[in-house]
Design a protein around this ligand. Structure first.
Ligand SMILES: [Zn+2]
Length: 163
């Protein structure tokens, strides 16, 4: 980073929290800068993310009083994203583990157990998590989750066709 870029970086750091209030030309400069600066890119991502999930009216970040709860919110959101992933992994792990425990040889019955367990436990968990994601996380995450769930359920359902 040369001296000129360093200066722009410093300005971006100051301006990204109030991105919404900047004029188009300034926003353009920031957008150009984030192409090669991962620190600002990350910061802008978080700003985008917060804006989507909370709504722009509440994000007039101008003073310390508002910034502190926002930082906390970023933290909580990260935790929630991790949580929705972990719950899915855990449900799939328990289903697989139980299937393997009761059927040591990979027979058709094991597959059936796995399939019914997936639809009995994973499907309701996924639906709950999707509703949760829709309400508390941003829509991009809802879409990712939906695709992952559909792929998992479709893959499980496809297995059936082989037998
Ligand atoms: Zn930067």
């Amino acid at each position: 980073m040369n001296e000129h870029e360093r200066k722009i970086h410093k300005l971006c750091q100051e301006l990204i929290p109030v991105f919404d209030e900047l004029d188009a030309e300034t926003q353009e400069i920031i957008n150009e800068h984030v192409q090669y600066c991962s620190i600002c890119d990350n910061m802008l991502d978080k700003w985008d993310f917060l804006n989507e999930s909370v709504g722009s009216t509440e994000i007039n970040v101008g003073n310390d009083f508002e910034i502190k709860p926002l930082k906390k919110l970023i933290h909580i959101n990260r935790g929630l994203r991790l949580l929705v992933i972990l719950v899915r992994v855990l449900v799939l792990f328990v289903i697989s583990f139980n299937t393997l425990r009761f059927h040591e040889s990979g027979d058709a019955l094991a597959l059936q157990t796995f399939q019914s367990a997936t639809f009995l436990f994973y499907l309701p968990a996924a639906i709950f998590l999707l509703v949760f994601t829709w309400m508390f996380l941003n829509k991009k995450w809802f879409l990712y989750s939906l695709v992952v769930d559909l792929v998992i359920l479709m893959a499980t359902w496809q297995f059936q066709l082989f037998y």
